[in-house]
Write a protein that binds this ligand. Structure first.
Ligand code: EPZ
Length: 417
């Protein structure tokens, strides 16, 4: 077991390079199993969610070769076996094997997925989509068995623009007979990355990135290669670090368009930044202006940046608000920010944040992935020493976060507990 120890108040200078998007990679890895043969996925981030997926791919008797952030997956000897509960609960994205194995073998046995405790996290929209295609879902306690004699394309209107359900139904539809149209599809950019991978395999998909995705079923998919797009949430997290403590901090390897909602808020607050191609340079600003933030589906302000953003709001002059509309419980970090001295009042899904407050170092716990990232940002600006426990949450989604921050001047290190 380890904890993160941070001495706050040190400016951040130098360059942080952004890795591959976690929420793309965790769908691309299962997607590789749709193809017959070897697929190559480049720019895969070195995060524990990746390792959890590797365990499932190996359980299914596929061969994985890894060379740095390039992985090769060979499905030649794939065996469609039960994905046990221990592996299924390791991460939310295990549910992508439902769509993949149902699509290819018309049968899958898996347990309910895991993921950060940010809400009940149902999968009813996924299952409704599978049933619309002709599948039968049997649930015994937490184990799902999904079968179909045949999957037939149809029109499916999602009750909510769910990222996971959009992707999972795309997986289930690629081998279905005929055309599937997904209406009210999620528009997150990671879905375009997955569509590109499937189309390079020989699938016939169009419309990812819009609210209507059309999939014409095919009978064969071959191995191919794809590169994971940059992680817009990792990028946004380090951009917030630059807004808080930057001294010409450069965040590079980004796609600015993917962070438009955050940059719009930076403009409202008077954050000092300059865009240069696929990089952004940030400097700390003493007079940040308070603002109101509401998380929304893409291209709105991303729910995954709501918690890190709340730390910047504690440093703005005046009263700000952070309203979370996607998940019921992205509030785990607020009690710890209050313990550090932040002036925050919770009103249901809205946090009223009064700034500017001095934060003081203390002992705190990460409660989930993005809440943990928020606490790291808070510790970086706090006076004195902060110790953060339960850091496994953070290591699930932020590649080399300790080194990336210490390399630009943060006084941050890991200690054994
Ligand atoms: C993906 O989760 C991301 N995870 C989440 O990032 C992200 O917060 C979320 O999309 C929204 O952008 C991965 O991609 C692995 P949803 P997902 O289905 O697909 C409800 C992070 O920090 N819903 O879009 O699980 C659900 O309860 C993680 O990197 C249903 O009701 O999110 C939630 O309120 C956290 N029924 C809302 O929709 C369903 O069947 C959004 O869920 C599915 C979802």
């Amino acid at each position: 077991m380890e904890k993160i120890v941070i001495e706050g108040g040190f400016p951040l200078s130098g360059t942080i390079s952004i890795g591959g998007a976690k929420n793309s990679a965790v769908a691309l890895i299962p997607a590789a199993l749709l193809a017959d043969g070897v697929s190559t996925i480049k720019n895969v981030p070195n995060i524990t969610d990746r390792d959890a997926l590797f365990d499932i791919v190996k359980l299914l008797n596929c061969d994985i070769k890894q060379d740095g952030n390039v992985i090769n997956i060979d499905t030649t000897n794939l065996k469609n076996v039960l994905i046990n509960q221990e592996l299924s609960v390791k991460l939310r994205a295990s549910y992508y094997f439902m769509g993949v194995l149902l699509s290819k073998y018309k049968h899958v046995e898996i347990y309910f997925p895991g993921g950060c405790n940010i809400g009940t996290r149902p999968i009813d929209i996924h299952l409704k989509g599978f049933k619309a295609l002709g599948a039968k879902v049997t649930k015994r306690k937490h184990k799902y068995t999904i079968d179909a004699s045949n999957l037939v394309g149809t029109e499916i209107k999602l009750d909510f623009a769910s990222v996971g359900a959009t992707i999972n139904i795309m997986f289930a539809a690629v081998y279905a007979t005929g055309r599937t149209i997904i209406k009210n599809a999620a528009k997150e950019v990671e879905i375009i990355n997955i569509m590109d991978f499937l189309n390079k395999m020989g699938a016939k998909i169009e419309g990812a990135g819009t609210d209507t995705i059309i999939i014409d079923g095919v009978t064969k998919l071959h191995g191919t290669e794809i590169e994971v797009i940059p992680d817009r949430i990792e990028a946004g997290t380090y951009m917030l670090a630059g807004a808080l403590l930057g001294n010409n901090l450069k965040v590079t390897g980004i796609i600015p368009e993917h962070n438009k909602a955050l940059l719009n808020k930076f403009d409202e607050m008077g954050v000092n930044y300059k865009l240069e191609g696929n990089s952004i340079i940030l400097n700390k600003c003493e007079n940040l202006v308070a603002t109101d933030v509401t998380t929304e589906v893409y291209p709105g302000f991303p729910t995954d940046l709501g918690q890190p953003m709340s730390v910047l709001l504690t440093q703005a002059n005046g009263t700000s608000s952070m309203t979370e509309t996607i998940w019921e419980n992205r509030k785990g970090h607020y009690p710890y920010l209050q313990k550090m001295g932040a002036n925050i009042n919770l009103e249901n899904q809205t946090a009223i944040i009064k700034g500017k407050t001095i934060l003081k170092g203390t002992e705190i716990n990460a409660t989930d992935l993005r809440g943990g990232a928020a606490l790291i940002l808070a510790a970086l600006i706090a006076t004195g020493k902060t110790t953060i426990y339960e850091i496994d949450y953070i290591l699930r989604g932020y590649e080399n976060i300790i080194n990336k921050l210490s390399d630009v001047g943060a006084k941050i290190h890991l200690e054994q507990i």
